[in-house]
Design a protein around this ligand. Structure first.
Ligand SMILES: [Zn+2]
Ligand SMILES: [Zn+2]
Ligand SMILES: [Zn+2]
Length: 264
């Protein structure tokens, strides 16, 4: 024990001792060493465990002027709208880091962080695919965050957040396509428009801004594969997809395929 210098043979007995003899310190959380896993993006040696501390550090050590603000919403829908608007205005994306909704808690809590925060987790040894895709992670932690609390009884939502980003550019390339453009692409594909034509049409039909302006063949293929996966999951067929079918010359008639029989 670091307080009274008594030795213990097991960690359990040490904890028992702490709880009994040093209950004040125990209650104050002194024995819990928090993991310092938030890392400053502007210097090499600052680490801390809570977002508020990181923001203080950006302000005091790096001359930033970051604000933590609060908002309240009658229900979660309104919060989602507000969040989408904030993301649009700042060309950024907040993703859920952790969520707590223990049955004994009065509030459900969701912690969102900037999607650029964190580290790229390389799967296997595939350097080439990393280079090709480019990781959006900046190897450290941005100031932007949202903590959302929803009262389980009233549905009322309160939020504290920092909407300003530190340590990375706001490159739309790391964002998501808008739902409008995704829906347009899905429906165009299902009516049989080919990808080149579709890319051309998009430039005429949409005032392309932000991430949408960067839409590529790759995006369209992703939308297509997601759309197909969902359709198969629903058990519905997409008859309008153009399929080339080769038959053996000995086969006399063409079989009727069910959608699930296709291999992607
Ligand atoms: Zn002790
Ligand atoms: Zn720093
Ligand atoms: Zn950020």
């Amino acid at each position: 024990c670091d307080i009274c210098n008594v030795g213990f043979s097991t960690t359990q007995s040490l904890w028992r001792h702490r709880r009994r003899k040093h209950w004040k310190e125990h209650k104050a959380g002194m024995f819990y060493t928090k993991q310092k896993n938030l890392v400053c993006l502007l210097c090499d040696d600052f680490k801390c465990s809570v977002q508020a501390e990181l923001i203080d550090h950006y302000n005091s050590a790096h001359g930033k002027n970051l604000d933590v603000k609060c908002e309240a919403f009658e229900k979660e829908d309104k919060f989602i709208e507000w969040k989408a608007d904030l993301e649009k205005r700042t060309s950024s994306l907040f993703i859920i880091k952790t969520a707590r909704k223990g049955t004994h808690l009065q509030n459900e809590v969701k912690y969102y962080s900037c999607n650029r925060s964190g580290y790229f987790k390389r799967s296997g040894n595939n350097l080439r695919s990393l280079k090709k895709k480019g990781s959006c992670k900046v190897s450290g932690h941005c100031s932007a965050y949202i903590t959302m609390k929803r009262n389980k009884h009233t549905g009322y939502v309160t939020v504290d957040y920092c909407g300003e980003h530190v340590g990375h550019d706001l490159d739309p390339k790391y964002l998501k396509l808008s739902p409008d453009i995704r829906n347009y692409v899905a429906s165009a594909l299902s009516s049989g428009v080919n990808i080149d034509k579709l890319l051309e049409n998009l430039k005429e039909e949409f005032s392309m801004v932000g991430r949408d302006a960067l839409i590529s063949r790759r995006d369209i293929l992703n939308i297509r594969s997601k759309f197909i996966t969902e359709s198969v999951a629903r058990g519905s067929m997409i008859e309008a997809f153009l399929v080339t079918y080769y038959k053996l010359y000995t086969m006399s008639d063409v079989p009727k395929f069910r959608f699930a029989e296709f291999i992607r």
